[in-house]
Design a protein around this ligand. Structure first.
Ligand SMILES: Cc1ncc(C[n+]2csc(CCOP(=O)(O)OP(=O)(O)O)c2C)c(N)n1
Length: 635
């Protein structure tokens, strides 16, 4: 009988098991762990390249530190599959990112080893510092470690935390996991600086002497530190991180357990803020991912022996692609157009735009706040910025949207991708709040296209306005209404009636309430289906702000009850805008507001998730019948 390829890994059900292993076994464990990650991601889909890059680091961290007593905080958290596997979730990896299964990110409710919930980047240093300060205040002996990638390190928040940590004198270890990649190649001066540090060979040589001295006897530690500092002084100026008050150590090879383990053991003995620079390779150990870490950043299911293959049938065009095409077409027509992405070139559909208009393409790094204010500056000078940003990441730049763009009424277009539920990434990535948080900002307008054609048209409308306008569209494909090639817009702030109720044809007086469904966005299509069964009028509202009040009041006057439908939070959403407008006009009608409830929706298949919220056609019909006491459908 052949031995399982995971014979050693299967004995690790908890990091305590790992810490009992002789050190000589760890390389084999790492090899099994890497194979397991590849095998399991190929079956479920999920993040791959980043997880292959953190295998040895994860083994070393759980081996050296006493987790979960010591706190391990991962930045973004998309690289935590090895961590999940070693912390009792090996078998549940088969359920990763599926409804009822484990999350693709760290989750405090999922495991005591997930010290901090994440998925938005650059929070790890702040959170770990908070934990370190709490330990100090409580007199608790605890190591707090933040692991942050070079991409996540580009965000202002990471530097705000470094700035604070340097003076907080807490026992905090920040590990920079430098793979010279974000999702796509990294951008900016920090990246150039890290590359410079890496090329400091002489310094590295001096450093390794320091390490040998450091290793065997703790009393020599101070001496070694002094030697190390001298070595640094002799060879390179103090690093940026030292200027922040950290003790900088590295760079070391993050795939070499023989350097990781002793280095971490040494650092464990040091007091105050420590900064370890670890160099890894994205996709390490799987040739195809090493060669193309971008493609393997977050693949679907695939055969590891073959790698990713293009689908046999061309998939339907996504909203992201509709945006990417529109951006190129509009840029070709108007040379004032500039496109901005905070580190999401691929996800936001800007690859072709970058190739065709490199001088007008700006990847600003993971820096949403900066992206928005940068756009405001460009707009001040007469350029026409289009900020392509996921709804969820715009949350980071809310004040910039209000204070820098809207208050000055600057013509910035916000192309909000991933509006609504996003599926496998779960609540951290859901674009649930943009309608509520944008519609209360003066000067802002917000369009909600119902399909691909309208998406292109409403982007053109947004672009033509001399004010800030956001256009929200969901992840993936729509119903398949092909966009028109022209760059004509639709009327600003105007909706349309898509279906008129037929009404009562018989002799007896009509008793059923006359219902109109007001749809905002892509839920128009299930609403139309539901309306057939209910014989309801359907209005495609198109704009959450400004609301087409004329149309609304006309429809309200000719119907007894209204239903609003949106893929966004009900609280403060487009349905609330409708009730506000009716109240203001003194035209009161019962309004059933359908949308996302006041709780976080877990990860899972997006179609199922929408159905669970009652936002498919059957669910809408059910809710309307229940609310207005209509008889159940006779099928
Ligand atoms: C605030 C925020 N913006 C954008 C993203 C999308 N995102 C996820 S991972 C990633 C790249 C992170 O790069 P790095 O920290 O170097 O980790 P790597 O993927 O290279 O392992 C980005 C931009 C995010 N998670 N959070």
């Amino acid at each position: 009988m052949s031995q399982s390829p995971y014979a050693l890994l299967q004995t690790i059900n908890d990091p305590a098991d790992l810490r009992r292993l002789p050190r000589a076994e760890l390389k084999r464990l790492a090899a099994e762990l890497r194979a397991f990650v590849l095998d399991s991601v190929s079956k479920t889909g999920g993040h791959l390249s980043s997880n292959l890059g953190t295998v040895e680091l994860t083994v070393a961290l759980h081996y050296v530190f006493n987790t979960p007593h010591d706190r391990l905080v991962w930045d973004v958290g998309h690289q935590t599959y090895p961590h999940k596997i070693l912390t009792g979730r090996r078998e549940r990896m088969a359920t990763l990112r599926q409804l009822g299964g484990i999350s693709g990110f760290p989750l405090r409710s999922e495991s005591p080893y997930d010290a901090f919930g994440t998925a938005h980047s650059s929070t790890s240093i702040s959170a770990a510092l908070g934990m370190a300060v709490a330990a100090k205040l409580e007199g608790e002996q605890r190591h707090c470690v933040a692991v942050i990638g070079d991409g996540a390190m580009t965000a202002g928040m990471a530097f705000e935390a470094l700035n604070n940590a340097g003076v907080a004198e807490a026992d905090l270890l920040v590990i920079l996991n430098d793979n010279d990649m974000s999702i796509s190649p990294p951008v900016g001066a920090l990246n150039r600086y890290l590359a410079q540090l890496m090329s400091g060979h002489i310094y590295s040589a001096a450093k390794s002497v320091g390490k040998t001295v450091l290793r065997p006897v703790p009393p020599l530690l101070e001496l070694a530190k002094r030697f190390e500092q001298q070595a640094k002084g002799m060879v390179v100026p103090a690093t940026l991180f030292e200027k922040f008050g950290f003790n900088y150590i590295g760079p070391i090879d993050g795939h070499d357990l023989d350097s990781l383990l002793p280095t971490l053991e040494n650092i464990k003995e040091l007091k105050g803020p420590q900064f370890l620079h670890v160099v890894t390779k994205k996709g390490q150990g799987y040739k195809l991912a090493e060669a193309d870490p971008v493609a393997y950043h977050g693949p679907g299911k695939f055969d590891p022996a073959v790698g990713l293959v293009p689908p046999a049938v061309a998939p339907r065009q996504t909203f992201t692609q509709v945006f990417g095409q529109w951006l190129c077409d509009m840029a070709a027509q108007d040379e004032r157009l500039v496109g901005i992405t905070p580190a999401m070139r691929e996800g936001s559909g800007m690859v072709e735009f970058e190739q065709r208009f490199p001088a007008r393409y700006f990847d600003v790094g993971i820096a949403e706040q900066h992206a928005v204010t940068f756009a405001a500056g460009l707009a001040c000078e007469g350029l026409k910025p289009v900020v392509a940003i996921y709804s969820t990441f715009l949350q980071r730049a809310y004040d910039q949207m209000i204070h820098d763009v809207a208050l000055q009424n600057l013509p910035v277009v916000f192309a909000l991708d991933r509006a609504g539920l996003v599926g496998a990434d779960g609540p951290t990535h859901a674009g649930a709040y943009d309608i509520a948080f944008i519609r209360c900002i003066p000067n802002m307008a917000l369009a909600c296209p119902a399909d691909e054609r309208e998406c292109r048209q409403l982007l053109s409308t947004a672009y033509a306005q001399n004010r800030p306008v956001a256009v929200r569209y969901p992840r993936g494909a729509g119903v398949g209404v092909a966009p028109l090639p022209e760059l004509e817009g639709l009327p600003f702030g105007k909706g349309e009636i898509r279906r008129l109720r037929r009404g009562h044809a018989g002799e007896a007086p009509e008793t059923a309430p006359r219902i109109a469904i007001l749809a905002f966005g892509t839920l128009l299509y299930p609403a139309l289906q539901a309306a057939e069964a209910l014989d309801a009028t359907v209005v495609n509202m198109r704009w959450a702000k400004p609301l087409d009040e004329e149309l609304l009041l006309e429809v309200a006057a000719s119907h007894d009850a209204l239903v609003t439908v949106e893929e966004g939070a009900i609280t403060g959403g487009a349905g609330s805008a409708v009730t506000e407008a009716l109240n203001a006009a003194g035209l009161l009608r019962p309004v059933l507001q359908l949308g996302l409830p006041d709780r976080f929706i877990e990860h899972g298949d997006p179609v199922k998730l929408l159905a669970l919220q009652g936002l498919d056609a059957a669910g809408m019909e059910r809710s309307v019948r229940a609310r207005f006491e209509l008889p159940a459908a006779t099928v």
